[in-house]
Design a protein around this ligand. Structure first.
Ligand SMILES: [Zn+2]
Length: 99
């Protein structure tokens, strides 16, 4: 039985044609900058690869524009949580005894 998997762009939902090779794959990994620092996430993008495309947790993107949209979506909440953490740290400093 001939069966080909249909991939769709995670951002715009467009279906990938088999002959389109200019698609991208993306996923998120974590790295630990130093042993004492908390892990932090890394957004990775790589050109289309059929084996990687099957991998769980790997997303599919139809082009640079959708890759940028996906990156924006990924970055925005991270920036907000970093800002919230920074604001909380400032408040803690304000409340420190003797400050
Ligand atoms: Zn797309």
């Amino acid at each position: 039985m001939a069966w080909t998997e249909t991939y769709r762009c995670d951002v715009c939902g467009r279906a990938k044609h088999e002959d389109e090779l200019d698609w991208w794959l993306h996923w998120v990994e974590t790295i630990s900058p130093t042993p004492n620092d908390p892990d932090q996430p890394v957004f990775r993008v790589t050109p289309w690869n059929v084996l990687l495309a099957h991998t769980p947790n790997v997303g599919h993107l139809c082009g640079a524009r959708c890759a940028q949209t996906e990156l924006d979506r990924w970055m925005a909440p991270l920036h907000e949580s970093l800002r919230a953490e920074a604001a909380a740290a400032v408040e803690e400093d304000d409340q420190a005894p003797g400050a």
